[in-house]
Each structure stands twice: as structure tokens, then as C-alpha cells.
Design a protein around this ligand. Structure first.
Ligand code: GAL
Length: 814
């Protein structure tokens, strides 16, 4: 493989030099950046003195270190989409973090191998936001939207030898976002050095027009830049399977430098890509001029077919399936928006264990690392672009950029992610108010047509909330896939009114809950708030516009033409603390199936019991430590994949419950609503359809907090200075029972081959910084994230708290 990816360290220049002879080098600009918050006159000039600036590594989120403050982006707004009639002060809407304002980054760098006849591209995976990029004092370009990837040809600005200065100015405006967007160079920055004749960034487009188990056709279109004439130009591509074996080869003389070069391949007995079996191939393309190799470019792809049709809905490789999806925001909880592969991998693993097979990148372009991981790990993706078009949701939202930028933004997204097999549809928008405008449907058509032009293989959707307008004004009829947000009760109406013949739940549920918190009496509520700013984990609370999970399940199960759902959300995220939007200190969401620390809430087991058909689920709630509730009704729910179960309280049977169609909840939950609390033990025994006892689970009343238990998600981590282990710390009594009310403060110390990175407890009201090595547990738990050093060894995390026996975990770093 000739594509070299390495950190560009000026100090390590000599070490990089061996790659100079190769025809393409790709460097990650990670280390030795200087950063300063606020406007800095002349910081674009090479001679500017940045000695006093902070030294940072990129990816970097300048706002995640806080401090939290309700005055950061305090918004006096009426959230129309939430049905609000009057404006009110929203303190935590964008996370209460200081992301507003200007930030400057500067980097001194050399470009090994740069000389006449070379081209250099500077690629940003995302920069938040309004990036202005200067190389050696000359403006290389600018990009407004903070979520998109963009690149510039910086060849003309580079010094022929020696040092160069890169300066990036970013600016975030108040009232530009409905959630925490992050701030800064929060995604990777790449420098790509090629010959003058080269394949540009995102320069290949690969499709698999015919796919079956016997054989597949693969079609590759490659753009060649810088050639001028076709003389002696030819392209050689080999296709390599997952085992590294060559399975096809084509050599093609170039007939035009204007048009992409087309190459066709046939693969016998292809390994088809699916979430269950994410087989990948690589197309390795070499550009030759005569016998001189000019460039080598690798495109990773998968062989799979997707179809959406009226009779059958969605088919992957010819097989019908419904999306068991979640919507996710881009932030990684305590890491903020700064991208980290290990953090993303953990999220995908957790979702897959739940049986989830799809993610919607709500409501913006994903990090490329997420898309690559979804390809590799088997997770379908709805790649989304915008939360706003022309009609504003936010005063300073994307509406400000729409006219000038929308096509450029779409093109970059389409070119970037059209080779990824995980990507099974595009979304051009979420709840855009343009659904209600006269020309909204024309905008939808224009944007959808652009998607079709650049990628005819994937359909296009929009998450629609304005059902009546979208249907009546012809907006919904334009789309390849009519996607509705929170409208399960109206699916039949949509199906009757629309021509497509199928419906997607682009956004579903929006149930709110706080991990480990249960409220009494147990009842359905909309927009319910409590004095402690928490929501109940009995999973019966939603918003005025939203539902509890079961209400969507019923429609998914009963209506053949509904092709799946994307639950709002997989993980809690920073900002949008509904139903406490106007009640500081809440500053992160309550919608997640997992909390902000990545710990599963009870709802996880409800989805798992339905979605994960490979392993059994048996889960009881609530916890059973309720001093003061003796004799009071304390309902017990069981989320299970078994059809029936029997509950025992201190050995006394509370009867057997079976799933039944009495109402939406009894179809998916087993509920003992009249149980009276008495300390001791609750136990559930699950039965299969034949009445055979299959499994049991019990919860005991906990005694006083006694010691700490640690559990790492990884047995070992990589010595690359980036890899992470997430260690869950639980406070338990002397017998090991979780103390569900514990809120002890814990302290963390890391020794050896790594460092403490961040900590989170999933409490949406906690103003404790994520970056200090101490935090209170929430409902008895928190998660400490530790990071590997660049060298191998053992990483040791010690966790202690007053009055508790401490605990230590050792993680090998290799
Ligand atoms: C939807 C919106 C999401 C989120 C959600 C909360 O209307 O598309 O971004 O705000 O509501 O329920």
C-alpha cells in the first residue's frame, strides 16, 4: 500500500522523509497547533507571534472545557416546532458551554517532498465554523458550514522549501444552533501531497449495479486531474477482497481527461455487505503516464444492493427488512465534538448489542471516521445534511448560508460518502419549515435532483414534522422516501395520500428519562417536569409532540408499508434538555437510550428485547431500595424477549404476566402495576412459549455504600496516544448490590502507560467539569475515560471515595 498516513511533526521531518519518493503522502496535522480564543489582529500573517498561545492537538473542541454557564448563548426564543406559543429564556439549549465567538489556530509545518510538479491539498473533515484558511499569509479559502468536509488546493501558497504557516480563523454566532455544536478544529485536518497528475480528493465513484450471490458487477469512475492531455495515460485497478486477495484487474487507456475514466469488473461469488456481515473490498487504482506511476488511490467499498419499492419496502441484498435505527448527534458526551475513533467505536458496539442496525446522522454531515466504522462494523447510515434550508428555525442558522452554500455543501457530502456501503440513503433536511412555504417542494426537488445526479444509487428523504402542509403542498410527494417525525398515528393517512407506497419513521419516540430515576405515581405524562430536573425511567414520559417507544412499535409491527424507525436518540447529547429547556442547570438531553456517559437506561432493554433477536433479554425495573416507600404501590416492569414471566416479591408470587394486545404497552412490556414495596428481593422467572422456565433475574434492596466496583469496556488498548477505555465505576454495598441512590464523590488517579481523559455521570443537571479527575456518581454510577500513552505498558486507574473501599483496574496498553 503506497498511501502513507502519518502525523506531520516538524521535529520528525527526517523520519518522514523516507516516504518522499512515493507518489502520494497523506499527513494528519494533529500535533503542535497553537490556539487562541478571541479575535487576533494579523494572526493570518506568517510573522505573527503566537508564542503565548495555548499549545493544542487537533481534533480540538475549545468549548468543552467550559465552565458551564446558563448565560452562554442564553436564548429568548419560542421553539415553534415544540408547539410553544410564547418566547421564554432557554439557558441550556446549546449545552451552556462557551462555544460562541472567534477562535484562531496556527500551525508551523513543512511539506516533505514538496517541489515543482507536486500538488498539495489541505482537507478539513470539519471546522466549527465559518472557517477562513490562510497559508503563508494568503487566503486559501473559506467554508461556512461547520459540519461539512472541505478542501483547498494550497500548492500556489506553499514555500518551495522550509516552513509554512497555516492559520485558521473560526467564528460561531449566538442563536445559530438548537444543540451544542462544538467549537474549533474538532475533526481531523489532512495534508495530501501528490504529483501534478493525480486523483483528486474524493475522486472515485464506485457502484455495484448488479448484485447476486453468484456474481456482482462493479463499476468504477475515476477522475484524473492535472494531466492536460491523454497522451500515454492509463489506469490500472485491482480489486482486493477482505482477505487481501486480488479478485479482479482492469487496465484502461485514458480517452479523455475531461470525463472520469470508467472501469467495469465482475466479481464471482461476492461476499455481500450487510450489518450482519460487513464484508469490504478495496479498489486500488494506479495512474500511469507511460511506464511512470503517477498516483495510487485506494477506494474501500462494499458489494450490496438496496431497493425501496411500493410492494416490499426496503430490501438489502434482495431481503426485506425494517430499519431498527437511532438518530445520533455528533457530540461524544464528555469529549465534546472532538472526534475520537475509540469513542465512536464504543457507541457503535453498544448500539449493535441492542440490535440496532442503522444510524441517522442527525442533523448534519458525519465525521468520516464514523462512516468508515459503520462500513467496517456493519451499521447502516442515513447520511443527513441540514436542519434548516431557506426558512429560518434559528436567527443565525443555516438560512443565512442557504442561497450561497447549499449546493456546494451537498456536493461535498455526496462526493465524500457515495462509496460507503453503510450509507443506504441521503437526507437533505430535518423538519425544515420550508415544508409549509409555497416553493418548499421546489427546493426539495432541486436538492434531491442534485443528489440523484451525483449519486443515482441512493434514495433521498427528509424528516418531515409538518404533516398537513407536507402532504397538502406536495412536499412529501416529491421525495424518494417520505420520512415522518413522530407521526405513527398518521402513517395510514400518509400511505393513502402519497404515491411512494411506503413510509419511514425518520424520527420516533423522543421518550425522556434519567438513568436510575423513578417517579411515583407511575403514569403517562407529556412535558412532565419535576423539582429535581429529572425524568422517570418507567419510560412513560414524552413530549407534547412525541411518544413512548411502544406506540411506534405497534405501527412498525402492524403496518407492512412502514420500513422502519430511527429513534430519537441513541445517546444523550449536549444541549436540548427538553423538558427542562427553560430550567437551568439542565444542559444535556434526556432523550437518549444511553445517557451522556454511555450507560444504558432501562429503555435500552426495551429496544433490545424487540430488536436483538440473537440473544435473550430479561431486565427488571425499578431498583428495589426504597426506604420510606414501605407498603406503597411501586410497580415492577420487565423488559424481556420471552413471552411471559412470573414476578416474586420476597418469594411470594405476584402472578404470571404474558405479552398481550390489551394496549400498546402490554404488547411489549410485562407489568405488575399493583406491587407494594417491601424491602428484600424481587425476582422474575421468564418462560418460553411452551411454558418452560428459561431464565431469571433478581434485584435486592441495597445496604449502605461500601466499596467501588470497576468495569472496563476494553481488555487492552492500543499504544497510540489516542485509544480510550471506558471504565464504569459503581458504588455497591458489602454484598455487591448497586446502591441506586448513591451520589458519593469519586476521585481518579491514573498511573503508567496512559492518562485520565474525562469523566461523565449522565446527570443532565451536573455542572461538574468533565476534565477534572473527580465527580459525583449519579444513581450509583459514573464512567471514567482513560487514554493510552504513545508507548506500551500497563495503565492503572485507581478510584477512591470517602468512606468507600477503593478499587483499581489495570489495562494493558500495547
Ligand atoms: C425533533 C427534532 C430533533 C429534536 C427532537 C426532540 O422535532 O427534529 O432535532 O429536537 O425533536 O424531540
Amino acid at each position: 500500500m503506497r498511501i502513507v498516513k502519518r502525523s506531520l511533526l516538524v521535529a520528525l521531518l527526517a523520519a518522514c522523509l523516507h516516504s518522499v519518493a512515493q507518489e502520494r503522502q497523506e499527513y494528519l496535522l494533529e500535533k503542535n497547533w497553537k490556539f487562541s480564543k478571541g479575535e487576533q489582529l494579523n494572526a493570518w500573517q506568517p510573522g505573527f507571534n503566537d508564542a503565548k498561545w495555548q499549545k493544542v492537538s487537533v481534533p480540538h473542541d475549545w468549548a468543552i472545557t467550559g465552565p458551564f454557564d446558563g448565560n452562554n448563548d442564553l436564548q429568548n426564543v419560542k421553539i415553534v416546532q415544540n408547539g410553544e406559543q410564547e418566547a421564554s429564556l432557554k439557558a441550556g439549549r446549546t449545552g451552556g458551554l462557551p462555544f460562541i465567538g472567534i477562535g484562531w489556530y496556527r500551525l508551523s509545518f513543512e511539506v516533505p517532498g514538496f517541489k515543482a510538479g507536486k500538488k498539495v491539498a489541505l482537507l478539513f473533515d470539519g471546522a466549527m465554523s465559518n472557517a477562513e484558511v490562510y497559508v503563508n499569509g494568503k487566503k486559501a479559502g473559506n467554508w461556512a458550514y461547520g459540519y461539512n468536509s472541505f478542501f483547498f488546493d494550497v500548492t500556489p501558497f506553499l514555500n518551495p522549501s522550509g516552513k509554512n504557516t497555516l492559520a485558521v480563523r473560526l467564528q460561531n454566532f449566538e442563536q445559530s444552533s438548537r444543540w451544542y455544536p462544538g467549537a474549533g478544529l474538532y475533526r481531523n485536518v489532512h495534508l495530501i501531497v501528490t504529483n501534478n497528475v493525480h486523483i483528486p480528493v474524493w475522486g472515485t465513484y464506485i457502484t455495484t449495479p448488479d448484485v447476486n450471490e453468484e456474481k456482482a458487477s462493479v463499476s468504477l469512475k475515476t477522475t484524473i486531474a492535472g494531466a492536460g492531455s491523454i497522451q500515454d495515460l492509463h489506469l490500472q485497478t485491482i480489486i482486493v477482497n477482505g482477505a487481501g486477495q486480488q479478485v479482479a484487474f482492469v487496465n484502461t487507456p485514458v480517452k479523455s481527461v475531461e470525463d472520469p475514466v470508467a472501469q467495469e469488473f465482475t466479481i464471482q461469488k461476492p461476499a455481500l455487505w450487510s450489518p450482519e456481515s460487513p464484508a469490504l473490498y478495496k479498489a486500488v487504482t494506479k495512474v500511469y503516464q507511460g511506464s511512470t506511476l503517477k498516483d495510487e488511490y485506494t477506494t474501500t467499498f462494499g458489494i450490496r444492493s438496496i431497493e425501496y419499492n411500493a410492494g416490499e419496502g426496503f430490501l438489502l441484498n434482495g431481503k426485506q427488512r425494517k430499519f431498527k435505527g437511532v438518530c445520533n448527534h455528533h457530540d461524544l458526551g464528555p469529549l465534546g465534538a472532538a472526534i475520537n475513533v475509540a469513542a465512536l467505536r464504543r457507541q457503535i458496539s453498544l448500539l449493535k448489542e441492542m440490535g440496532c442496525d442503522a444510524i441517522r446522522t442527525s442533523h448534519n454531515m458525519p465525521a468520516p471516521e464514523l462512516v468508515q466504522l459503520c462500513d467496517e462494523m456493519g451499521m447502516m447510515l442515513m447520511v443527513e445534511s441540514f436542519d434548516e434550508w431557506k426558512a429560518p428555525k434559528m436567527k443565525n442558522g443555516y438560512n443565512k448560508y442557504f442561497d450561497e452554500w447549499v449546493e456546494k455543501d451537498l456536493l461535498n457530502m455526496l462526493h465524500h460518502f457515495r462509496n460507503n456501503p453503510s450509507n443506504i440513503m441521503w437526507s437533505i433536511g430535518n423538519e425544515v419549515p420550508d415544508q409549509s412555504t409555497v416553493n418548499g417542494k421546489d427546493i426539495a426537488k432541486r436538492l434531491q435532483d442534485l443528489c440523484h445526479k451525483e449519486d443515482p444509487t441512493r434514495p433521498v428523504t427528509v424528516g418531515m414534522d409538518r404533516f398537513d402542509d407536507a402532504v397538502k403542498k406536495g412536499f412529501a410527494a416529491v421525495l424518494d422516501i417520505p420520512g415522518f417525525n413522530y407521526k405513527p398515528h398518521r402513517y395510514p393517512e400518509a400511505q393513502a395520500a402519497l404515491p411512494q407506497g411506503f413510509i419511514l419513521g425518520t424520527e420516533t419516540a423522543s421518550t425522556v428519562s434519567s438513568r436510575g430515576v423513578y417517579k411515583f405515581p407511575v403514569a403517562f405524562y407529556k412535558n412532565k417536569t419535576y423539582n429535581d430536573n429529572q425524568s422517570s425511567s418507567y419510560d412513560l414520559e414524552a413530549c407534547s409532540w412525541s411518544q413512548v417507544p411502544d406506540d411506534e412499535f405497534v405501527q412498525q409491527d402492524d403496518l407492512d408499508y412502514v420500513i422502519g424507525e430511527f429513534v430519537w436518540t441513541g445517546f444523550d447529547y449536549l444541549g436540548e434538555p427538553t423538558p427542562y429547556d427553560a430550567k437551568w442547570p439542565s444542559h444535556s438531553s434526556y432523550f437518549g437510550i444511553f445517557d451522556l456517559a454511555g450507560l444504558p437506561k432501562d429503555r435500552y432493554y426495551l429496544y433490545r428485547s424487540k430488536w436483538n433477536t440473537n440473544v435473550a433479554t430479561l431486565h427488571l425495573l425499578p431498583h428495589w431500595t426504597w426506604p420510606g416507600r414501605e407498603g406503597q404501590v411501586t410497580p415492577v416492569f420487565c423488559y424481556t424477549s420471552y413471552p411471559s414471566a412470573e414476578l416474586f416479591v420476597n418469594g411470594k408470587s405476584m402472578g404470571r404476566q404474558s405479552r398481550n394486545k390489551t394496549n400498546n404497552q402490554t404488547r411489549y412490556r410485562l407489568m405488575w402495576n399493583d406491587v407494594k414495596y417491601e424491602p428484600g428481593e424481587i425476582k422474575v422467572v421468564a418462560y418460553d412459549a411452551a411454558g418452560k422456565a428459561m431464565a431469571e433475574q433478581s434485584i435486592k434492596t441495597a445496604g449502605v455504600p461500601h466499596h467501588i466496583v470497576l468495569q472496563s469496556d476494553r481488555k487492552q488498548i492500543t499504544a497510540d496516544g489516542k485509544d480510550l477505555a471506558y471504565v464504569t465505576a459503581s458504588i455497591v454495598d458489602k454484598d455487591g448490590n448497586l446502591c441506586p441512590h448513591a451520589d458519593n464523590q469519586l476521585e481518579f488517579q491514573v498511573k503508567g502507560a496512559g492518562a485520565f481523559k474525562v469523566v461523565a455521570n449522565g446527570n443532565a443537571t451536573s455542572l461538574e467539569p468533565f476534565q477534572l479527575p473527580r465527580m459525583k456518581v449519579f444513581s450509583g454510577k459514573l464512567v471514567v475515560t482513560v487514554q493510552s500513552a504513545g508507548k506500551p505498558g500497563n495503565l492503572q486507574l485507581q478510584v477512591k471515595g470517602k468512606g468507600l473501599q477503593p478499587a483499581t483496574v489495570t489495562i494493558p496498553v500495547q
